[in-house]
Ligand binder design. Structure first.
Ligand SMILES: [Mn+2]
Length: 313
């Protein structure tokens, strides 16, 4: 039973206070939490349109409509879990290296206290230091990675660290088990026919968008079952979703998941041993009317909380 509950009224925020994720209290003490919702307002790894640093702020705002009961998974996560808004990690907007050091340290501290991090980005470059902390705690983990892009390129503008390289670095640094890594939703123009040679060498599974659409989400869910039995991290780049549903992102690719498919596919991770998750690349500057992208991100976070609540049961 948790002492942290959202207030009944949807009116957000409580007077005089900034909005928090799902109107939860702000709790900066890892030892009091089963799950920590953590903002990482950094977009210094962005290659095209910036703005993901404003993601946590917009998602906090749009998460105020989240209600406490999941009618499909039949769980009330705020009752089962001690979950709160941990606040943001202090990033250095002009230094990706210093930011990565800070992220690894803070996420590592949460994990050391037994709190599961649910990270809200920020651009995808910071999934790498999150995975460094996760691997220190759990060893090389399995990964379900929702994205339009493989994020396994080698370097950009002479740098090994940006939002197109984190999963290649994670394989090289043995943070993740490439044979237990599944990428979902991949599409869009590439640099060359060799962009997936890395996957062939290391054994990453790619489920392109065509397969999701032609075989269906239940088939994709079936692919996830091989990851059961050891720790799994889930990284959700919001650009896995079609820009018709999620325009607020830095490198949009047309022809993606619907928001319904996105929710269903995250729900399909049920039964896996989830040790952390993130929702990345929400860039509110390009969002549509009603802040639909941030609203979807807030709902994906709720799905993660429900999965974690079921896991603790
Ligand atoms: Mn992407």
């Amino acid at each position: 039973m948790s002492e942290f509950r959202p207030p009944d009224a949807f009116a957000s925020p409580r007077f005089g206070q900034p909005p928090t994720f799902m109107r939860l209290p702000h709790v900066r003490e890892a030892g009091r939490l089963d799950v920590a919702l953590v903002g990482i307002p950094f977009d210094g790894g962005t290659s095209y349109r910036p703005g993901a640093r404003y993601g946590p702020r917009a998602i906090r705002d749009q998460s105020s409509l989240i209600r406490p009961w999941h009618p499909v998974l039949k769980v009330a996560p705020f009752e089962r879990l001690r979950v709160a808004d941990y606040g943001d990690i202090d990033v250095a907007p002009i230094s990706i290296e210093r930011t990565m050091t800070a992220v690894e340290r803070e996420i590592g501290m949460l994990l050391a206290h037994g709190a599961v991090p649910v990270v809200v980005g920020g651009d995808h470059s910071i999934t790498l230091p999150v995975l460094r902390a996760i691997a220190k705690r759990h060893g090389p983990v399995g990964v379900v990675h929702f994205d339009a892009h493989p994020d396994t390129w080698d370097e950009y503008f002479g740098s090994k660290y940006f939002h197109g390289t984190p999963f290649r670095r994670a394989v090289e640094e043995q943070l993740i088990d490439p044979r237990r890594t599944i990428q979902v939703g991949i599409r869009g123009p590439l640099y060359s026919a060799e962009d997936f040679d890395f996957h062939g060498r290391h054994g990453l599974e790619v489920i392109r968008i065509e397969e999701v659409k032609e075989r269906g989400v239940q088939w994709v869910a079936g692919r996830f079952t091989r990851l059961a039995g050891s720790p799994v991290y889930c990284s959700f780049d919001i650009d896995a979703v079609d820009p018709a549903y999620a325009p607020g992102t830095g490198t949009p690719e047309v022809g993606g998941l619907t928001s319904y498919e996105a929710l269903t596919l995250v729900r399909a991770l049920r039964g896996l041993d989830l040790v952390g998750a993130d929702v990345m690349e929400v860039s509110p500057l390009y969002d549509g009317p009603g802040q639909v992208t941030a609203l979807l991100a807030a709902n994906l976070l709720f799905e993660f909380l429900c999965l974690l609540a079921l896991q603790r049961a």
